[in-house]
Design a protein around this ligand. Structure first.
Ligand SMILES: NC(=O)c1ccc[n+]([C@@H]2O[C@H](COP(=O)([O-])OP(=O)(O)OC[C@H]3O[C@@H](n4cnc5c(N)ncnc54)[C@H](O)[C@@H]3O)[C@@H](O)[C@H]2O)c1
Ligand SMILES: [Zn+2]
Ligand SMILES: [Zn+2]
Length: 346
C-alpha cells in the first residue's frame, strides 16, 4: 500500500480530559514497529467501560486518550517480524492478548496472558507505547486499542484474524461486550443444561450472557434490570422471567429465592456494580473477555455468527458517524441504546 512505512494523518475522537466531550482531531499514526500491525478501522461500537474511564476517572491519569475497544477493520501494513497478517486481512483488535508462549497461554483453564498486564493498566498506554500523536503530543490508546481512530497500531498478539466475508460493522461487537457476556455464561460460569440462571444488568454484556445461558441449555433464565425497557430485548435472547428490583420492597435475592425454591443455579452480574453481588457460601468468579483465548476464539465466534449459531445483529440499536460520537455516548449513559455502531472510516 502507498501508505506503508509512512506516518498516516487521519481523524480520531480524542478524550483530552475526564468529564468532557470528545473532540474530533487530526492525528498522526506512526508506522508499525517490530511485531506490530497498522489497521484501518471500519466500524467500532461503544462499551460501558469507556463511560467509566471518561466519567469516573479519579484524576487525569490515562488522558489524553483515544477510547474505543470494540472495533473491526482491515490490515493496512505490517511491521518487521509479522508473519500471521498481511495487508487486506480483516481483523478484530482486542484489549486482551494471547502471546501463545507464557504459562497462562499454555494453560487451557485461563485467558490471562502474562503480556496483558505489562504496562497497560498502569498508564493506559498501548503495549509497548502508543503510536498516536496530535500536535506533537503523545495520545494514549485506551486499553491498547483506541478504535475511535481511522487507523491504529497494535501488537500482533492482541489481534484476531477473521473470515474474509465477515461484516465488519457487526462483528466488531465480538471484540468485547458480546464475547464477554456470552463467555461468562458458557466458559466462566459453565452453565449446565436444565439449570436455572439469573442475569443482572441487560446491556450488551448481560444480553449476551442470557444468550449464553440459553445456548448452554438453561431451563429458566431470569433477566433482572432496573430499566424495564430492556426486558423486550432480553426475551429475544431467550430470557423467560423478568424482574425489576425497584418493584419489590425486599432484596431481589429474596424474591429470586422464593421464586426458585431456594435460589438460582447460576447468577451472572453484568452491571459492574459490586453491591449487586451476593457471595455468602457461593463460588464467585470474575471474567476477562468471557474467558476466551482471544486469537483462537474470536475468529470462531465470528464464524458461529455467520453460521447463525449466535446472534449479533440484535444488539445493534443505533448507527452513527464518528462525528456523532458524543451523541452515542449520551445514548449509552442514559440507557437508551444497547449498542451503537459508529462508522469510523469513510
Ligand atoms: N470483564 C470484562 O471483560 C468486561 C468487558 C466488557 C464490559 N464489562 C463491564 O460490564 C458491565 C456492563 O457493560 P455494558 O456495556 O453491557 O453496559 P450497559 O450500560 O449497556 O448495561 C448495564 C445495564 O445494567 C443495568 N443496571 C444498572 N444498575 C442496575 C442494578 N442495580 N440492578 C440491575 N440492573 C442494573 C442498566 O439499566 C443497564 O441496562 C460494565 O460494568 C462494563 O464495564 C466488563
Ligand atoms: Zn501469553
Ligand atoms: Zn468493553
Amino acid at each position: 500500500m502507498a501508505t506503508a512505512g509512512k506516518v498516516i494523518k487521519c481523524r480520531a475522537a480524542i478524550a483530552w480530559e475526564p468529564n468532557a466531550p470528545l473532540v474530533i482531531e487530526e492525528i498522526e499514526v506512526a508506522p508499525p514497529q517490530e511485531g506490530e500491525i497498522r489497521i484501518k478501522i471500519v466500524a467500532s461500537s461503544l462499551c460501558h467501560t469507556e463511560l467509566y474511564h471518561l466519567f469516573e476517572a479519579k484524576d487525569k491519569q490515562g488522558f489524553p486518550t483515544v477510547l474505543g475497544h470494540e472495533g473491526a477493520g482491515v490490515v493496512e501494513s505490517v511491521g518487521p517480524g509479522v508473519t500471521d497478517f498481511k495487508p487486506g486481512d480483516k481483523v478484530i483488535p482486542l484489549s486482551v492478548s494471547q502471546c501463545g508462549e507464557c504459562r497462562f497461554c499454555k494453560c487451557p483453564k485461563t485467558n490471562q496472558c502474562d503480556r496483558n498486564w505489562i504496562n497497560k493498566y498502569v498508564d493506559f498506554m498501548s503495549y509497548p507505547t502508543t503510536r498516536f500523536t496530535c500536535r506533537g503530543q503523545p495520545i494514549l490508546q485506551f486499553t491498547s486499542t483506541g478504535t475511535f481512530s481511522e487507523y491504529i497500531v497494535m501488537n500482533q498478539i492482541s489481534v484476531a484474524k477473521i473470515h474474509d466475508d465477515a461484516p465488519l460493522d457487526r462483528v466488531c461487537l465480538l471484540g468485547c461486550g458480546v464475547a464477554t457476556g456470552y463467555g461468562a455464561a458458557v466458559n466462566t460460569a459453565g452453565v449446565t443444561p436444565g439449570s436455572v440462571c439469573a442475569v443482572f444488568g441487560l446491556g450488551a454484556v448481560g444480553l449476551a450472557a442470557v444468550m449464553g445461558c440459553k445456548n448452554a441449555g438453561a431451563s429458566r433464565i431470569f433477566a433482572v434490570d432496573i430499566n424495564e425497557q430492556k426486558f423486550e430485548k432480553a426475551k429475544v435472547f431467550g430470557a423467560t422471567d423478568f424482574l425489576n428490583p425497584k418493584a419489590y420492597n425486599k432484596p431481589i435475592s429474596e424474591v429470586l429465592a422464593e421464586m426458585t425454591n431456594g435460589g438460582v443455579d447460576f447468577s451472572l452480574e453484568c452491571v459492574g456494580n459490586p453491591e449487586v453481588m451476593l457471595i455468602s457460601g457461593k463460588t464467585w468468579k470474575g471474567t476477562l473477555l468471557g474467558g476466551f483465548k482471544v486469537k483462537d476464539s474470536i475468529p470462531k465466534l465470528v464464524q458461529d455468527y455467520m453460521a447463525g449459531k449466535i446472534k449479533v445483529d440484535e444488539f445493534i440499536t443505533h448507527k452513527m458517524d464518528l462525528e456523532e460520537i458524543n451523541d452515542a455516548i449520551n445514548l449509552m449513559k442514559t440507557g437508551q441504546c444497547i449498542r451503537c455502531i459508529l462508522n469510523i472510516s469513510k
